[in-house]
Structures are given as structure tokens and as C-alpha cells.
Design a protein around this ligand. Structure first.
Ligand SMILES: Cc1cc2nc3c(=O)[nH]c(=O)nc-3n(C[C@H](O)[C@H](O)[C@H](O)COP(=O)(O)O)c2cc1C
Length: 90
């Protein structure tokens, strides 16, 4: 079975989990890049606001999920929601 682990990580925790899971499952791995800068305290505030107001964000990624049998998505939780809830799918 072809497996892909995709992750978004603002501060590295989800990255570490994604890398571990991909290694254990012999899966490919891909990082989701957010078009908004979320670094530092301003990024923290922006992320909390976006999560609470459900402001969508543009993302980019490299690998095509349709090429895989199983896709595992990892994101942090912000204000009780998965960050993936904010991905702009248009
Ligand atoms: C704006 C903001 C809101 C958060 N809200 C929650 C939350 O509601 N529940 C929770 O368990 N953790 C919350 N966290 C903590 C992150 O989910 C946690 O630190 C996570 O491991 C960060 O992952 P990352 O290092 O991959 O970015 C929040 C973090 C941020 C920046």
C-alpha cells in the first residue's frame, strides 16, 4: 500500500510526529506550506484569531494525494480546531 504523510507544523511538534510516522510506515512525506507568515508572537495571535474566526488560508504542497492509497494528515490544534479546517480548498 502506498502511503503519504502530509503535515503542517508551525513550531515543529507536528513535523516530528509526521517524520516518525512516515519512517515507521515507510511512507512518503510532504510538508504543507501556509502562505501566511505565522512566526513569533504576532504569528501566534494571528493563528488564534484565524482559528476562532474561521478565516481560510491558502496552502501549497508538492506531492499529489491522488497518487496514494492512504493519506495521513497531521496539523496542530488551534482554539479547539484542526488547522486543516482552515485550508482554502478552492
Ligand atoms: C493559536 C494557538 C491556539 C492553540 N489552541 C490549542 C487548543 O485549543 N488545544 C490544544 O490542545 N492546543 C492548542 N494549541 C497548542 C498547539 O496545538 C500545540 O502546541 C501543537 O503541538 C503545535 O504544533 P506545531 O509545533 O506542529 O505547530 C494552540 C496553539 C496556538 C499557536
Amino acid at each position: 500500500m502506498k502511503t503519504l504523510v502530509v503535515f503542517y507544523s508551525r513550531t515543529g511538534n507536528t513535523r516530528r510526529m509526521g517524520e516518525l510516522i512516515a519512517q515507521k510506515l515507510h511512507a512518503d512525506i510532504d510538508e504543507i506550506i501556509d502562505q501566511k507568515s505565522r512566526s513569533g508572537i504576532i504569528g501566534w495571535i494571528l493563528s488564534g484569531r484565524d482559528a476562532m474566526k474561521e478565516y481560510l488560508t491558502k496552502i501549497t504542497f508538492t506531492k499529489n494525494p491522488a497518487d496514494y492509497d492512504l493519506v495521513i494528515v497531521g496539523t496542530p490544534i488551534w482554539a479547539g480546531s484542526c488547522f486543516s479546517d482552515l485550508f482554502d480548498r478552492k
